[in-house]
Design a protein around this ligand. Sequence first.
Ligand SMILES: [Zn+2]
Length: 57
Amino acid sequence: MFGEKPTCSICHKEIQGNDVVFVKMRYPNYKGMTEITAYLRNEGSFICEDCFNKKSN
Ligand SMILES: [Zn+2]
């Protein structure tokens, strides 16, 4: 998994730089956000803007 490009968890579109994305995740138990990037790689699900808008309709 490490090194893979992030993709939308719904349509599996590759997330491009500068795209607006939404992240569904469990908030980490530990305090501090320093390891949030690593945490996101393991636990986060990215949702692209298109899918997020569809979901909320
Ligand atoms: Zn999507």
